[in-house]
Design a binder for this molecule. Structure first.
Ligand code: URA
Length: 434
């Protein structure tokens, strides 16, 4: 099989056979296909798309490039959740202990942040001592003992995705629906959970900028999961402005702890309860998502979800004292405030711009190899719909260096748009796709 012919076929709008796709992926991972040819193939896919059969073949080929996590020694319905990525999205930090407190084993292999979006692993690692490099036996024994583990993806899980994603990142081919769907679902299927809830984000901070394309991505991912025998549901949710108020690793952990204590921002709490309701029902511990939601509310109110988070931190080597004393989390030495330039209503707080401002402070990565600063970030004091007076604090910048804080000020102020009238309200939850 010649790579040239496969590129040509896709360039001209043809469909590849499953064995052609599996050969291409295998050869690429083995080093037999150079990056320039794979880049040309990815660009052809970007413009021509993939049929459902091709997408399924690509997903399977990617899974087969590595090992699968075998969760069969854990009894019960194992549940997992995935967000397509956003700004201020610390949902897993609340959802994992919340769902585990409902008695469902929650196992998640999470990623690191890239560009304007954050990653769960970076957030967790801002807790002093906490380790995310768990081996498969460690994950199994932790879930058997306390019902929850959130670990970093291992190198041998879908290695094809690591190589392909790095190439897509450099060749402007990330924003392709079938490539995103295959990338996400290959990792979710390989990670072994029985029931998977997808949080598909829509808005400026997300890959999908409109509801229609988010639903199309959700439907493609659901079909891939179902064909692998998994129970999959998707909730399409807003990412026009950051979720909650905190953007930055330790700041987001503190906000998650506050939410587990019943004091978090309203939008973030609502999203966590909604997703928990679905997962609790999918795992069989409630008859409906509404019943699951109520159960999740009880678990927050009783402190059982918070206690589960404490247990998870301790099991992964972290200092559980951060739960009682969030001041133990790393804190940035310089704080600046961004002030409203005029009276009015906040029309929007552009999620992507806030994410890029946080990245510029060091909270995120420009390139995969970069390291992150756990302490820095941004706290939003005002969000869309809030009324402000000139001089009110719109946001707080937490910076490692004075210069860096001052540099992002202008960028952050541009993320806020003010107007004389209250903006039309937008939904937090667009729809459930199942
Ligand atoms: N997240 C992934 O894991 N893969 C993509 O392609 C996009 C978002």
């Amino acid at each position: 099989m010649r790579v040239y012919e496969l590129i040509l076929k896709k360039r001209d709008g043809g469909a590849l056979a499953p064995e052609e796709i599996s050969w291409l992926v295998k050869e690429y991972v083995a080093g037999g296909v150079p990056d320039y040819q794979m880049a040309a193939f990815l660009m052809a896919v970007f413009f021509r798309g993939l049929s459902p059969e091709e997408t399924a073949a690509l997903t399977l080929a990617m899974i087969d490039s590595g090992v699968r996590l075998d969760l069969s020694p854990i009894s019960g319905v194992k549940v997992d959740k995935h967000s397509t990525g956003g700004v201020g999205d610390k949902t897993t930090l609340v959802l994992a202990p919340l769902v585990a407190a409902a008695g469902l084993p929650f196992v998640k292999l999470a990623g690191r942040g890239l560009g304007h979006t954050g990653g769960t692993i970076d957030k967790l690692e801002s807790i002093p001592g906490l380790r995310t490099d768990l081996s498969q036996p460690q994950i199994l024994s932790q879930v058997q003992a306390i019902g929850v583990a959130v670990a970093a993806q291992t190198e041998d899980l879908v290695p094809a995705d690591k190589k392909l994603y790095a190439l897509r990142d450099l060749t402007a081919t990330v924003e392709s629906l079938p490539l995103i769907a295959a990338s996400i679902m290959s990792k979710k299927i390989a990670a072994g959970a029985d029931a998977i809830l997808l949080d598909v984000k829509v808005g400026s901070g997300a890959f999908m900028k409109d509801e229609e394309s988010a639903v199309a991505l959700a439907e493609t991912m659901i079909a891939l999961g179902r064909s692998a025998g998994r129970k999959v549901r998707a909730v399409v949710t807003a990412m026009h402005q950051p979720l909650g108020r905190a953007v930055g690793n330790a700041l987001e952990v503190a906000e998650a702890i506050a939410t587990l204590k019943g004091r978090g921002p309203e939008d973030f709490r609502e999203l966590c309860l909604t997703l928990a309701g679905h997962l609790i029902e999918m795992g069989g511990a409630a008859a409906s998502p509404a019943e699951g939601y109520r159960r999740a509310e009880e678990l927050l109110a009783s402190g059982r979800a918070l206690e589960k988070f404490r247990q998870m931190i301790a099991a992964q080597g972290g200092d559980p004292g951060v739960v009682e004393e969030p001041e133990k989390l790393p804190a940035a030495p310089f704080i600046f405030t961004a002030l409203a330039p005029a009276d009015g209503y906040v029309q929007s707080v552009d999620a992507r711009s806030v994410g890029l401002a946080a990245m510029a402070l060091g909270a995120g990565r420009r390139r995969k190899e970069d390291s992150v600063d756990p302490a820095v970030g941004i706290t939003l004091q005002k969000k869309a719909g809030d009324r402000v007076k000139a001089g009110d604090v719109l946001a707080t910048i937490h910076a490692r260096e004075r210069g860096a804080g001052q540099e992002v000020m202008e960028r952050l102020l541009k993320a806020f748009s003010l107007g004389p009238e209250p903006p039309a309200s937008r939904p937090l939850i667009y729809r459930v796709v199942s």
